[in-house]
Write a protein that binds this ligand. Structure first.
Ligand code: DQA
Length: 145
């Protein structure tokens, strides 16, 4: 049995569907999880799908992924713009990393234009809503193969 793709979600993504739907859409995080699981299954992979509002918890999961995952898909949410701790953890993970965002941060406020995660990500998928996750899972599966 091959290792799963870890799909990790940062702060406030638990509120998907009700949080700023004009930006993030009406899809809930449970819907996103179902889409990721279905896409992974169609590619002969599995996902471990998690969300936390806490930076340290995300660091712990990235460290876990180092031995337990074949690749990481991460929507770091606002921590992407601020967290050197996430960057360092991802660097140490030594598995392929795909960053994804529902919105297109490059088209939004200037403080969203830089993400630390992009420094270590092999690829970045943005701006496509829940589809960003499906494409990110597909890319992670291809890199992990
Ligand atoms: C986000 C974009 C971030 O700038 C923001 O802080 C989020 C969500 C996205 O998926 O579009 O929380 O990561």
């Amino acid at each position: 049995m091959s290792k799963p793709i870890y799909v990790l979600n940062g702060p406030n993504l638990n509120l998907l569907g009700v949080r700023e739907p004009e930006i993030y859409g009406k899809t809930t995080l449970a819907d996103v999880q179902a889409l990721c699981e279905a896409r992974a299954k169609s590619l002969g992979k599995t996902v471990v799908f998690r969300q936390s509002n806490h930076e340290g918890q995300l660091v712990d999961w990235i460290q876990e992924a180092r031995t337990m995952a074949c690749a990481i898909v991460i929507n770091p949410a606002a921590y992407g713009h601020t967290s050197i701790a996430l960057l360092d953890a991802l660097k140490a993970a030594e598995v392929p990393v795909i960053e994804c965002h529902l919105s297109n941060p490059a088209a939004r406020e200037s403080f969203r234009h830089h993400t630390y995660v992009s420094l270590v990500a092999t690829g970045v998928v943005t701006g496509l809503g829940a589809k960003s996750y499906e494409l990110a899972v597909e890319a992670a599966a291809a890199l992990a193969a």
